[in-house]
Write a new protein. Structure first.
Length: 317
């Protein structure tokens, strides 16, 4: 069934630039179609580390489009400068002023990353699109808000889709299994014919490594470059540490900003778990158990992770 549902894609591209391995993603066509035809803004959201920012940059570079990137997490100064502006002309003028390169009206793209820190920009994008001075791409993480806090998404002004980690077909292409092999497997499936034994073993091994590595691009990149599972594990642990940090940075801030007990210290977080509903806690434990099984890392005793996840799951209203 998996091979039957595999979408035909263009030739896979594998090349190196400054030592970085580049992989074909299934979302390239969506972004390319937006570049070619859409007059709307583009919003791409998804979990951290799934490759949103990297893919947006690559597609803009591939199409030779000049762009100005603003990461609201890194550029708090720019965020503070525009967050209280309501006029589209003022916002676009400020952003163009801060750009390191000259922007061409009607052609250049302003890429706003980490928009969960400034959700109001998604509501305001309608006016920026109507102004028509620049094109806009917005990217945000599920962590912390997952589009919560947005008053309204302007229908008819935004193309949007969610990105996920690499699927099996993206993974096998990344490790060197070409489209010819995939086409052959599809034909075998459709004709109910047995697969060549050598190809079968190769695909079985690829599936085994996919179960170990998962689909986070940086982990796949590490595996492709090193074929060293210890380094793969190290990169997985690195991602887990980043997720833990995000739980604390975003979710605890959100919790304290809406909770009358916001004077509680970070050290008092176990109290939060005690006050949470049983459903929230049990769901958080199930999620942690699932992630532990996938990564083969025991996270069940990590109280900080559990607390952060409980806060994330609780209603923000």
């Amino acid at each position: 069934m998996m091979f039957k549902n595999h979408e035909k894609r263009g030739k896979m591209m594998y090349y190196k630039e400054k030592g970085a391995f580049k992989m074909k993603r299934q979302y390239e066509d969506k972004i390319q179609n937006w570049i070619n035809d859409s007059k709307k803004a583009l919003l791409i959201y998804g979990a951290r580390q799934v490759g949103k920012t990297y893919l947006i940059r690559e597609m803009l570079k591939r199409n030779n489009i000049s762009y100005f990137e603003v990461n609201f997490q890194e550029r708090e100064d720019i965020l503070n400068a525009i967050k209280d502006l309501s006029n589209a002309e003022d916002i676009s003028m400020k952003l163009a002023l801060y750009s390191d390169t000259s922007l061409m009206e009607g052609e250049s793209v302003i890429f706003l990353d980490e928009v969960q820190l400034y959700p109001e920009i998604i509501t305001k994008i309608k006016f920026l699109v109507d102004e028509g001075k620049y094109r806009y791409i917005l990217s945000g993480s599920n962590l912390g808000v997952e589009l919560k806090g947005i008053k309204s998404i302007p229908v008819g002004y935004v193309d949007m889709f969610q990105m996920f980690p690499m699927n099996l077909f993206e993974f096998v292409n990344a490790i060197g299994i070409n489209d010819t092999t995939i086409k052959y497997l599809n034909e075998c499936f459709e004709k109910l014919e047995p697969v060549d034994e050598i190809i079968h073993k190769r695909m079985f091994n690829a599936f085994y490594y996919y179960l170990i590595c998962g689909g986070m691009p940086s982990v796949v990149d590490t595996f492709v470059k090193t074929r060293n599972l210890r380094e793969v594990r190290d990169e997985q642990q690195n991602i887990i540490r980043q997720y833990k940090a995000d739980f604390i940075i975003f979710n605890y801030k959100n919790y304290t900003s809406t909770n009358p007990l916001k004077q509680d210290k970070v050290e008092d977080k176990p109290v939060i778990i005690e006050k949470s509903s049983l459903n929230d806690v049990e769901l958080a434990k199930e999620i942690i158990s699932l992630v532990s099984d996938i990564l083969r890392v025991d996270l069940s005793e990590d109280k900080i992770l559990l607390t952060g996840l409980v806060i994330h799951l609780r209603p923000t209203i």
